[in-house]
Design a protein around this ligand. Structure first.
Ligand code: HEM
Length: 423
């Protein structure tokens, strides 16, 4: 699994990814609270300030948080590119991402420019530290796999997203939006959602689905061609915008690429060589089916105000998958660090976070997802119920992560020899 060729001195300290994984559910709970506080029409209106705040509570506080934490663990393992001074690096990236997210949200809720200045500084430090280091390391990797190639594209998309975001934030600060402002917003959104977030998930799943679930490999042609095609399509937005080409063709191409990915992902998961039950698999499947439905919705429901697309893509595809991934990474890391330090009498990977607790989390999360979708057809009460369930599910997500870490902490306090004698 993750430990192929990994030694303890190459892996970052366990506190590095954990601090990111523990912070993400807290921001997710706050998203639920925002849904409760603000009227649904306001918070689901793409152009309101409150929506910009909430979108970034998710994209920075949840998505980037989990992705940055996971990448620090995955770069040494999947790309053979360990980050030097991992603890300091994690402290800088995590602290400034957390502060930057808070200031950004405060600006768009309370309209104080001082918050935006603070957000720009903090987010620039966090994103530039992360991506400049990642790009430097990834472009030096000698053994280049398809996942390494996708990680490179992810890193380029990520730094461009951040630079454009900082540019947009600067425009908000100066009040000078310029005539191409909307095109910059669109390319920022495309790079952020389809490049930064989706590309990373796609690249990592090429390696992680076959490893985690003893499943079929993605075809080599898909691994080699799909990510670069998605990346080039994002960049070609400029051609479509400035040459005034038909955007429907653009959408169709995106939808085809993502459906190809989802099809092969599901095919791999449904044809596992060792089909043992595993709750985390449910998150992956929901995620991939949601991606297909999101794409079909995008193509064939032109009257949709983008509410369904956002819920299907953000909560259905991205967040489901990241939760499933965190539930795989935390137990594995606890087990790996303990066994590498010489502890013998340790729980198995499946015992570190109890499966029943993950199942309860999954059911509550799914219920909130369904209620969010139902709000699209019915009234405010559905979004209120969805928000309450969303908060509950994230409290459980947080508790489950803490329980796993506490189990690790309580064993690692003991002398390894003691656990050996006991066994
Ligand atoms: C340095 C980090 C970032 C900064 C400073 C930033 C800044 C901004 C700003 C100022 C806007 C508002 C544009 C407008 O006037 O409508 C915006 C929109 C948006 N950003 Fe970011 N952004 C950042 C990172 C990201 C990331 C990583 C993602 C996705 C993964 C993302 C996704 C979006 C989306 C979806 C919108 C559109 C929101 C809406 O239409 O309501 N951003 N960003």
């Amino acid at each position: 699994m993750f430990n192929q060729g990994l030694s303890l001195d190459q892996a970052p300290p366990i506190s590095v990814p954990f601090r990111f994984f523990l912070t993400a559910p807290i921001f997710a709970m706050l998203i639920g609270v925002m849904f409760l506080i603000y009227p649904a029409e306001l918070i689901t209106n793409r152009f309101s300030s409150e929506t910009i705040a909430m979108v970034h509570m998710f994209t920075l506080g949840v998505l980037s948080m989990i992705i940055f934490g996971a990448m620090q663990q995955m770069m040494p393992v999947l790309a053979g590119a360990p980050i030097k001074r991992a603890k300091l690096f994690a402290t800088v990236v995590h602290t400034f991402l957390t502060l930057g997210t808070i200031f950004f949200v405060l600006k768009f809720l309370y309209y104080q420019n001082e918050f935006l200045v603070a957000a720009i500084v903090c987010l620039a430090i966090s994103f530039l530290t992360f991506f400049i280091t990642a790009i430097r390391l990834l472009f030096k990797v000698k053994y280049v796999t398809s996942t390494v190639n996708v990680m490179k594209l992810f890193a380029i998309a990520g730094i461009l997203t951040a630079l454009l975001g900082l540019h947009l934030a600067g425009a908000h600060l100066s009040g000078n939006m310029g005539s191409n402002y909307l095109s910059f917003v669109n390319i920022h959104v495309l790079l952020g959602i389809f490049g930064f977030a989706a590309l990373l998930i796609i690249g990592v799943s090429f390696q992680v689905i076959p490893m985690f679930y003893v499943a079929l490999d993605f075809p080599k042609s898909v691994q080699n061609r799909l990510p670069i095609s998605i990346f080039l399509l994002i960049i070609s937005y400029f051609a479509f915008a400035f040459l005034d080409l038909n955007f429907y063709i653009y959408k169709v191409l995106f939808a085809i690429f993502f459906v190809i990915y989802a099809f092969h992902g599901l095919n791999s998961l449904n044809n596992r060589r060792r089909p043992v039950t595993d709750v985390t698999l449910w998150y992956w499947k929901v995620s991939l089916y949601s991606l297909v439905i999101a794409m079909l919705n995008w193509l064939f429901v032109p009257q949709d105000s983008s509410y369904f697309l956002t819920i299907l893509f953000a909560f259905g595809f991205l967040f489901s998958l990241l939760q499933g991934m965190v539930y795989k990474i935390i137990p594995f890391l606890c087990w790996f660090h303990l066994s590498s330090k010489g502890y013998f009498d340790i729980p198995t990977i499946k015992e570190i976070i109890h499966e029943d607790l993950i199942k309860i989390h999954f059911y509550i999360y799914m219920a909130s997802y369904v209620f969010f979708l139902l709000y699209g057809f019915f009234s405010q009460i559905f979004i209120t119920i969805a928000a309450i369930l969303f908060i509950l599910s994230n409290i459980l997500f947080f508790i489950n992560c803490v329980l796993g870490m506490k189990k690790y902490a309580s064993i690692s306090k003991k002398d390894p020899l003691q656990t050996f004698v006991k066994s």
